[in-house]
Design a protein around this ligand. Structure first.
Ligand SMILES: [Mn+2]
Length: 256
């Protein structure tokens, strides 16, 4: 049975193409597959501004509900954007909620999974954005004001992106090294750039965001492979698939 990990899909109603791409991917998962979403399935915008009964109009969440209905199992580890709607995930999608750090053994690989925002590279003002007060304040803002704030944050995020990513990745690598001997693969999200340090011990994989491409880790009896698929609509060319296979002989440990 195949086990998949993805994170940072950042579903939101005003990005239907992203939801459609995610839904297409979910629909081709095997009926008996397991999917772990390692945080930020839904964007804060969607969490704070959409009523709960509107959420299921998202094609991405609909595809997850169908996946559950045909036998798939779904686990969600909350990220900094979707912490607030975990009860909704549990109730509506039948998801199992996980707490980080989450350790599990899959097909002989010892996995250690965190979303990544709590590892110490975060700016203080971003921590405040995760407070209940901020969410309540954001819910009450008139739409044009909320839209403006959303744009400002997006611009701020992209202008400092390079430096932020470098800072986070350095922290992530230190964190992964600290797990040597206890984990075979350390899986992290939050930073939207996909990274596979396949030669390091433990192997560190940053799952990457779904804003412009799709990326996921697949683990089955043949090994662990990380896939990054470019979006043909955005890149305006046929999808390029990057796939790295890890050693086909995982350490002989109990499989769960
Ligand atoms: Mn995040």
């Amino acid at each position: 049975m195949a086990y998949y990990l993805a994170s940072d899909i950042h579903l939101r109603m005003d990005r239907p193409e992203r939801a459609r791409r995610f839904a297409r991917w979910v629909r081709q998962l095997e009926d008996d597959a397991s999917l772990l979403v390692a945080g930020d399935l839904c964007d804060f915008w969607m969490v704070a501004r959409q009523r709960e009964k509107e959420l299921m109009e998202s094609e991405g969440l609909g595809a997850l509900a169908d996946f559950r209905a045909r036998g798939g199992s779904l686990a969600i580890l909350p990220g900094n954007h979707d912490l607030w709607i975990c009860p909704f995930y549990e109730r509506t999608l039948g998801a199992t909620l996980l707490r980080e750090p989450y350790d599990t053994t899959v097909h002989g690989f010892r996995l250690h999974v965190v979303h990544g925002h709590l590892l110490g590279a975060r700016r203080n003002w971003k921590g405040w954005m995760e407070s209940r007060e901020f969410k309540h304040a954001f819910e009450l803002l008139p739409r044009p004001v909320a839209g403006l704030l959303d744009q400002l944050l997006e611009r701020k995020n992209s202008s400092s992106l390079e430096a932020d990513e470098r800072r986070y990745l350095a922290v992530f690598r230190d964190y992964a090294v600290g797990l040597r001997g206890r984990a075979d693969i350390v899986v992290i999200g939050h930073v939207h750039r996909a990274v596979d340090d396949s030669a390091s011990d433990p192997r560190m994989i940053v799952l990457g965001g779904w804003q412009k491409r799709s990326s996921y880790l697949k683990i089955d009896s043949t090994g662990a492979s990380f896939h990054v698929v470019a979006d043909e609509h955005q890149e305006n060319r046929s999808p390029a698939v990057v796939s790295r296979e890890s050693s086909p002989s995982p350490p002989s440990r109990s499989t769960s």
